[in-house]
Design a protein around this ligand. Sequence first.
Ligand code: NAD
Length: 444
Amino acid sequence: PTESSSTTMKLSVIGCGYLGAVHAAAMASIGHDVVGIDVDARKIESLAQGHAPFFEPGLQEILTAGIQSGRLRFTTDMAAAQGAAVHFVGVGTPQQKDGYAADLTYVNAAIDGLLPYLSPGDVVAGKSTVPVGTSAELAPRVEATGATLVWNPEFLREGWAVQDTIDPDRLVVGVTPGADGDRAADVLRAVYHPAVAKDTPFIVTDRPTAELVKVAANAFLATKISFINAMAEIAEVTGADVTQLADAIGHDARIGRRFLGAGIGFGGGCLPKDIRAFSARAEELGRGESVGFLREVDAINLRRRERAVQLVVESLDGAVYGKKVTVLGAAFKPHSDDIRDSPALDVAVRLHGLGASVTVTDPAAIENASRAHPQLTYVEDRDEALAGADAVIVVTEWDEYRKDLDPVQAASLTEGRIVIDGRNCLDAAAWRAAGWTYYGMGRP
Ligand code: NAD
């Protein structure tokens, strides 16, 4: 047998969204035999035919290769999980409709659906981001089958998901202390053998710590972004420049420059709902005050969207009604087509609500955006979107806008020369030199 066949394991991945589809394809790419399972028949059909159902750099390639190798398949039939040594659960944990807490309906349904197909010795590895205490709730049902439940939170970044899955910064596995937990941790070491061979930190801990590591990481990242955005608010009333401030404090290794980009704030399917779910869970535990600052982090973040809208209004002398505003970006961040809680689209929708004639363009997210907000006008081609604009606002820092958009050429397309840099990603001096009135976030 070849080296790869000696390390091949049978895996199932329940939930094939941004996390699960990438996980399934990535696990096949490192030699495992993988079945991906989802209740969404359209998504499964697309995946089974080798078409990535969303945009994620590198996914299409490993999906095609996996299917051609015969080691990767997709189905809606939970029975296909039977016989797998490890079952990864990566279904959604969205914010509840009527509150801040996480909706665990999908996790419960996935676990219950899986139970009949578990065998003694199987490992069920939760990957979804869940409130601390969730695995303790789920464990009795799973462990009644003779399987072992571990929590193995996922830290991938959309836009870098393939790389982050195959070669993560660290792996965290929460197990119940004891022989069974030790064995389960060894099973996961075998699954992630290429990363383990590279000495990637592999942290074995208890289940509540593993659950908490994930929400703590996201709470920290959200706080870092809102911290610099709070500084931007102060800069705005003092004439200071938050980007220079970020550079200066970022030289301190204890602070670091990354994630200190002031702008319209964070969004997406993770950070906003994860900090809210953390607040809700802390309150349930009688420790609401311990993470009370997360409410402030959320509030600062949402204020920045309003500030961007205000800048557009100010730049057009208070009269946006009927003005053509071109919105560059729709995805919540570059290299993704994900528009869940996208600050970019939120700004576009608010401007539309004020009566502006809003045209949105994005290299990847137009299809998703137009489904969610059909009232806006969408144009695929960036330059066509810019034509005749009274004002331009950059809300997603795609290279197409940040690097490739020449302010001189842009000026030849638009009606007005007003640019609002919602991500502080443009070269302000170059835009000003080309005749534009430039507005940044927290910059003079
Ligand atoms: P998603 O909405 O893209 O995917 C969730 C998938 O689960 C959907 O395809 C849905 O149809 C499927 N599903 C729901 N119920 C099911 C069931 N009973 N059986 C099988 N499939 C079912 O969400 P996502 O972004 O992939 O996130 C999934 C989880 O991973 C969440 O807990 C999220 O917080 C966490 N997470 C996401 C990321 C990310 O960047 N997207 C990163 C780390 C962690």
